[in-house]
Design a protein around this ligand. Structure first.
Ligand code: ZN
Length: 255
């Protein structure tokens, strides 16, 4: 049976996600930005939390873990490289490890860049990717602990997954990311169309997540650093993709 997903706002701009395995009743939160909204959705769905899958150590992704552990007998899985910084961690995982939520199965993908130990969870059979703060809809995470080269490699790993994969990210930054993307390639019709759709979604008070990786590969400037149009936009015609990516990231930091 396919996974059931609930997506909801947490804190000021975090995205909460619950995935539920109908076959076993197992339910996982992807990160735990704060406990209350997660508890509310669990109660509304009559689901019981069995797992938390952590993408990285930042407070706005882990602060809800211990309050949730008080309420549920749950297993916390997270990046081994950040084990000391994740409260209540039970299972430390690394690149290539398999993680199970009931009968659902994810593969762990190491995505250093935003933080050095950051990981993503790819549920291949269910065609969903939980990318935390590595890849956002039309954007990517800030580089706190790694070089642009390393983040570009991480993004390339995610971009290599099938186009139909649904991307769930850690924050609702899509509208401001769209404004930046339009500043980079203002004449791109696919991007213009997408930005208008995002504005309408936000005006209706809805989250813009999930999106497909195919759509991201076509319109996210940070996944397109290997395309001539993007190299030209940052004044690096014929430049290396990693350098184009670095220039885009620097531009966005000041945008
Ligand atoms: Zn973060």
């Amino acid at each position: 049976m396919p996974a059931l997903i609930e997506v909801f706002p947490c804190r000021s701009d975090n995205i909460g996600v619950l995935i539920h395995d109908p076959a076993t009743g197992a339910t996982a939160a992807i990160d735990a930005p704060e406990a209350d909204p997660i508890l509310e959705v669990l109660a509304a769905k009559n689901w019981s939390l069995t797992d938390v899958l952590v993408t990285h150590k930042h407070a706005d992704h882990v602060e809800g873990i211990l309050p949730l552990k008080d309420r549920y007998d749950l297993r916390v899985t997270g990046p081994g490289a950040e084990a000391g910084d994740i409260p209540g961690l039970d299972v430390a995982v690394r690149e290539g490890d398999r993680v199970r939520v009931g009968t659902l199965e994810a593969k762990v993908i190491a995505t250093p860049g935003h933080t050095a130990g950051h990981i993503a969870y790819w549920f291949e059979k269910d065609e969903m990717l939980f990318a935390g703060d590595t890849l956002f809809a039309l954007g990517c995470g800030r580089l706190f602990e790694n070089s642009p080269e390393e983040m570009w490699q991480s993004l390339q790993k995610l971009a290599a997954l099938p186009d139909a994969t649904r991307l769930y990210c850690g924050h609702e930054y899509t509208q401001s990311n769209a404004r930046f993307a339009l500043a980079v390639t203002p004449d791109d019709p696919a991007l213009q169309k997408r930005a208008a759709a995002i504005d309408a979604t936000r005006a209706a008070g809805k989250l813009t997540i999930p999106v497909t990786l195919g759509e991201e590969k076509a319109t996210n400037p940070f996944l397109r650093a290997n395309e001539p149009a993007l190299a030209k936009a940052v004044g690096l015609e014929n430049g290396r993709a990693a350098d184009v990516f670095a220039a885009l990231r620097r531009w966005k930091d000041k945008f």
